[in-house]
Design a protein around this ligand. Structure first.
Ligand SMILES: NC(=O)c1ccc[n+]([C@@H]2O[C@H](COP(=O)([O-])OP(=O)(O)OC[C@H]3O[C@@H](n4cnc5c(N)ncnc54)[C@H](OP(=O)(O)O)[C@@H]3O)[C@@H](O)[C@H]2O)c1
Length: 322
C-alpha cells in the first residue's frame, strides 16, 4: 500500500481552501496542521478540512515533527521567506506560483532546498493536468506534424477590484504577469521550450502594475502569441498549430477538461473530467516524490521553475522599455 504523506498548509486564503478540499479527497494524503496569522481562521480551516492541529504562528507549523511537506499558499511577496523558513526546519515545500518574485529569489530557494536535502516544487498545477499531458504527448508523437504556432491566454475582467487586492497591489507582488501570465508562458515553455527572443508590451493600471500584458515569443522555427489581463472577459482557450493539424485546449485551458485534435477531415477529442478543483494530480505527484525520497519532480523540476522565472524576467525587461 502506498505511504500516506503528512501535509501542512501555511496561509489560509482562497487557494488554500480549494487545495485543502482536493487534499481531503486524496487517500494517501493526511492534513496534519494548518497555520494562519489569524487564530480564528486557522481553527475554522482545521475544522472544515479535518486537519489535526491549528497554529497561529507559521513557525509552529514548520516545527511540527509529524509534518513532511508544507504547502505555502500565502501571497507572492511572502513565498520566498516562508519557503526558506520551512526548508530551514527540514520540511519539504510545495510553494504557490510564482515560486519567487524574480530569479534571484528562486535561485536562493533552490539552493537552500539542495543544502537541506528537502523536496521543493513550484505549484505549477497545470503541468499535471491530464488534458495538457495528452496534448504534449500528441505533439511529441507527431500528431500535428511540426508545431509552428502556439496561442494561449489567461484573462478575465477584474478592473473593478479594490486597489489593495493582491492582483493590483505592488507590495503584494501584484500585476497580471506574475499572477496570470505565468500560465501562458508555462504552456509555451512546455511545448516549445525557451524562446530565442521575447517581445512584450503592457498596459499599467492606476497602482502601477500591469493589467494587460501581451507577449510574442520567437523560436527558431515557431512563434507563440500569449496574453494575460484583467481588463476583459475571454473564453481562455489555448491552441497549438502544426504543419499537419491543430490541438485545442478549451477554456479555462490551464485546468482543461478536454483536448481536441483537428486534422483535415478528422477531429478526435478526449475528455478528462477534473478531479476536485483540479489540484489532485499535483498533490499525487508531490506524494509520489516524497514517498520515493525525491527532492524535486521530474515533471516540474527546479530548473523548469527557474527557466520560467527567467522568461518572466525577460518579459518584465521588455515591459519597462518604452
Ligand atoms: N494555483 C492556483 O490556481 C492559484 C489561484 C489563485 C492564486 N494562486 C496563488 O496563490 C497565492 C495566494 O492567493 P489567494 O488568492 O489564496 O490569496 P488570498 O486569499 O488573498 O490570501 C492568501 C493568504 O495570504 C496571507 N497574507 C499575507 N499577507 C497578506 C496581506 N497583506 N493581505 C492579505 N493576505 C495576506 C493570508 O494568510 P493567513 O491566513 O496566514 O493570514 C491569506 O489568507 C498567490 O501566490 C497566488 O499567485 C494560485
Amino acid at each position: 500500500m502506498a505511504k500516506t504523506i503528512k501535509w501542512g498548509i501555511a496561509g489560509l486564503g482562497n487557494i488554500a481552501r480549494k487545495f485543502a478540499g482536493d487534499l481531503k479527497g486524496v487517500a494517501q494524503a493526511e492534513l496534519i496542521g494548518v497555520a494562519s496569522t489569524s487564530r480564528d481562521r486557522a481553527k475554522a480551516f482545521q475544522k472544515e478540512f479535518d486537519g489535526q492541529k491549528a497554529y497561529d504562528k507559521y513557525e509552529d507549523l514548520y516545527r511540527d515533527p509529524e509534518i513532511e511537506v508544507i504547502y505555502i499558499a500565502s501571497l507572492n511577496q511572502n513565498h520566498k521567506a516562508m519557503t526558506m523558513a520551512a526548508l530551514e526546519a527540514g520540511k519539504g515545500v510545495l510553494c504557490e506560483k510564482p515560486l519567487g518574485l524574480n530569479t534571484k529569489e528562486i535561485k536562493a530557494m533552490v539552493a537552500l532546498a539542495k543544502k537541506q536535502n528537502c523536496f521543493l516544487m513550484e505549484a505549477l498545477w497545470s503541468r499535471f493536468n491530464p488534458a495538457i499531458q495528452k496534448a504534449k504527448q500528441w505533439i511529441e508523437e507527431g500528431y500535428i506534424g511540426e508545431p509552428k504556432f502556439l496561442y494561449a491566454e489567461f484573462s478575465f475582467y477584474r478592473l473593478n477590484i479594490d486597489s489593495s487586492h493582491r492582483l493590483l497591489d505592488p507590495k503584494k507582488g501584484g500585476g497580471v504577469l506574475l499572477d496570470l501570465g505565468v500560465y501562458p508562458l508555462f504552456l509555451a515553455y512546455l511545448i516549445l521550450g525557451r524562446p530565442k527572443n521575447i517581445v512584450a508590451q503592457s498596459i499599467l493600471g492606476s497602482t502601477g502594475v500591469d493589467v494587460q500584458t501581451s507577449m510574442i515569443l520567437q523560436y527558431e522555427n515557431a512563434q507563440a502569441v500569449l496574453y494575460s489581463g484583467i481588463a476583459n472577459e475571454s473564453d481562455n482557450h489555448a491552441r497549438v498549430g502544426g504543419t499537419e493539424g491543430e490541438i485545442l485546449l478549451h477554456g479555462f485551458w490551464h485546468n482543461a477538461q478536454k483536448v481536441e485534435l483537428k486534422k483535415i477531415g478528422a477531429t478526435t477529442q478526449e475528455d478528462f473530467p477534473s478531479e476536485g478543483n483540479g489540484y489532485v494530480p499535483q498533490i499525487k505527484e508531490v506524494n509520489c516524490c516524497i514517498a520515493a525520497g525525491k527532492k524535486e519532480s521530474e515533471l516540474w523540476s527546479h530548473q523548469d521553475a527557474l527557466e520560467l522565472g527567467q522568461m518572466v524576467e525577460q518579459v518584465f525587461e521588455k515591459i519597462k522599455e518604452k
